[in-house]
Design a protein around this ligand. Structure first.
Ligand code: LLP
Length: 422
C-alpha cells in the first residue's frame, strides 16, 4: 500500500500535490511518503509479533537521516555497512545496541567506531576480518560480539548482480568451512561468539529460497551448540521483494514470510534479526521529473526528461522496471502512445524504459517513477556534474526538504587546482 494517488486529477503524495513540490523545489526530485514508510515498517515488524526480534533496517536502501529518524521513532534498528552509515544511524537516534554491522571489507577504523558505539553484532565474513576485529577489540580491552555470515549456497533468483547466497559469490564463509571458523573464533580473547548470519540476495520473489536457507542455518546452529558454542542470535538478512509492476512476479506478503520464520525457528531459542531495506523504503518514494522535449525518432517517440541514470541507476544497471505515471491524470479517452523514456546523459544506457505506453505527453509535463524509494537516491551520483537530486519527505499535508540540491559551487568546493612548485 502506497500513499501516491490521484486527487482531483492530480497525483499527490499523501495530501500534497506533486505539482506543488515540482514548482517549489524543482525537478528532478525524490519524494517520500512518511505514512508509507511507517506502514511498511509496521507491517513487517507486526508479522513477527510475539517473537524476540530486532528489525535492523538496511540503511543502504535509503540512508537519508530523516528516513532513518522516521524508522528509529518506531523502534527500528539499523543494518550498516560502513562508518558513514554507522554515523548516520547514530545521528538519526538509533542506539548502538540496535545496530548490526555487515559487509565484506570493514576497515579497522570502522571496527573501532562500531566498538565505541557498542553495537549489537558484527557480521563477520572472513577469517582475516575476524583476526583484525580481535586485534582492534583487544586494543580497547573489550570483546566484539560476532556472528559469522555463512554462505548457504542457496539460489535466490533475482538479478545476478544482487544474488549473494551462492558459493561463487564473494559473500560469507563457505558452508563447509563454517564450523572450523567458529572453532577458530572461540579461541580468540577479543571475540564473543553470539550468533549466525545469512543474507541470500535481494528482490526475492518467493519463499522457497528463504525456507532452504533457514533450514540449513537451523541445522548449523544445532551442530554449533553441540560443539559448545553459545548461539543466541540468528540474523536472516534482508531480501524480501516488492511489487514493481510490469511483468515482475508478486513477492510473498510479509505475513507469509513471518509465518514461515515462525514455523521453522520454533523452539530454536534465539533472537531473530532481520535486515529489510527495499521492503521498507521501496514503495515509499517516487522520482518526480519533468519532460524537457518530445523528440520524434525514425521509428519511435523519445521522451527526454530532466532525470538521468545518475539520479536513478536501477534501469541502466539492472534493466529494472519502474512504473511510470503522469502527474496530471490523463483524460479517459486519451489514446496511449509508446515512448522511450531517456535522460540527458551521453550514454545509450541512460534509458529508463523502452516502448512504454503512456498518455500523450508534451514538454513541461511531469511524470513519476514509482517504487524509487529504495536504491534510488542512495545510488545517485554527480556523473556529468549533475547535482545530486534533492529529497523531500511528505507528512500529511506538509512537506520538508530533507536533502537540498547542491549548487555548482557546493559540488566543486572539495576540488583543487594544484599549485605545483615551479
Ligand atoms: N543485508 C545485507 C547484508 C545486504 O547486502 C542487503 C542488500 C540487505 C540486507 C538489504 O536487502 P533488501 O531487503 O533491500 O533486499 N542496488 C540493488 C540492491 C542491492 C542489495 C544489496 N544488499 C537494487 O537496486 O536492486
Amino acid at each position: 500500500m502506497r500513499h501516491f494517488d490521484y486527487q482531483s486529477g492530480d497525483l499527490h503524495a499523501e495530501q500534497v500535490p506533486l505539482s506543488r513540490i515540482a514548482a517549489e523545489v524543482g525537478t528532478p526530485v525524490y519524494v517520500y511518503s512518511s505514512a508509507t514508510l511507517e506502514r511498511h515498517y509496521r507491517v513487517f515488524a507486526d508479522s513477527f509479533e510475539g517473537l524476540d526480534t530486532l528489525v535492523a533496517y538496511s540503511v543502504k536502501a535509503n540512508s537519508n537521516i530523516a528516513v532513518l529518524q522516521t524508522l528509529a521513532q518506531l523502534g527500528a534498528g539499523a543494518d550498516v555497512v560502513s562508518g558513514g552509515e554507522l554515523a548516520r544511524a547514530l545521528i538519526a537516534g538509533i542506539p548502538g545496541e540496535r545496530i548490526v554491522f555487515s559487509g565484506v571489507g570493514k576497515t579497522r577504523a570502522e571496527m573501532s567506531a562500531a566498538l565505541d558505539a557498542n553495537i549489537h553484532v558484527f557480521n563477520v565474513e572472513s577469517l582475516p576480518e575476524l583476526h583484525a576485529l580481535n586485534a582492534v577489540a583487544l586494543s580497547k580491552g573489550v570483546q566484539a560480539p560476532v556472528a559469522f555470515r555463512v554462505n548457504p549456497d542457496v539460489s535466490a533468483g533475482g538479478h545476478e548482480k544482487i544474488s549473494t547466497g551462492k558459493k561463487e559469490n564473494k559473500f560469507g564463509i563457505g558452508w563447509s568451512r563454517a564450523e572450523a571458523a567458529y572453532a577458530e573464533a572461540a579461541a580468540l580473547p577479543g571475540i564473543e561468539i553470539v550468533g549466525v548470519d545469512v543474507h541470500i540476495g535481494s528482490q526475492i520473489d518467493a519463499l522457497a529460497p528463504f525456507e532452504a536457507a533457514i533450514r540449513k542455518v537451523v541445522g548449523l546452529i544445532g551442530r554449533l551448540r553441540d560443539q559448545g558454542h553459545r548461539i543466541h542470535l540468528f540474523d536472516i538478512g534482508g531480501g524480501l521483494g516488492i511489487p514493481y509492476g510490469g511483468n515482475s512476479r508478486t513477492p510473498p506478503l510479509p505475513a507469509d514470510y513471518g509465518a514461515l520464520v515462525r514455523r521453522l525457528t520454533r523452539d530454536l531459542d534465539v533472537q531473530m534479526v532481520f535486515e529489510p531495506g527495499r521492503m521498507i523504503a521501496g514503495n515509499s518514494g517516487v522520482l518526480l521529473s519533468e519532460v524537457l522535449y518530445v523528440k520524434e525518432g525514425e521509428d519511435r517517440h523519445f521522451l527526454i526528461i530532466d532525470a538521468a541514470m545518475n539520479d536513478l541507476l536501477r534501469p541502466a544497471l539492472y534493466d529494472a522496471w519502474h512504473d511510470v505515471e503522469p502527474v496530471h491524470a490523463p483524460s479517459p479517452d486519451a489514446a496511449s502512445q509508446a515512448y522511450d523514456i531517456v535522460g540527458p546523459i551521453c550514454e545509450s544506457g541512460d534509458t529508463f524504459a523502452k516502448a512504454r505506453d503512456l498518455p500523450p505527453l508534451s514538454a513541461g509535463d511531469l511524470i513519476v517513477f514509482h517504487s524509487a524509494g529504495a536504491y534510488g537516491a542512495a545510488q545517485s551520483s554527480q556523473y556529468n556534474t549533475r547535482p545530486l537530486v534533492p529529497e523531500v519527505m511528505v507528512r500529511g499535508d506538509a512537506y520538508r526538504v530533507i536533502r537540498e540540491r547542491p549548487t555548482i559551487a557546493d559540488m566543486l568546493k572539495t576540488e583543487r587546482l594544484p599549485d605545483w612548485p615551479d
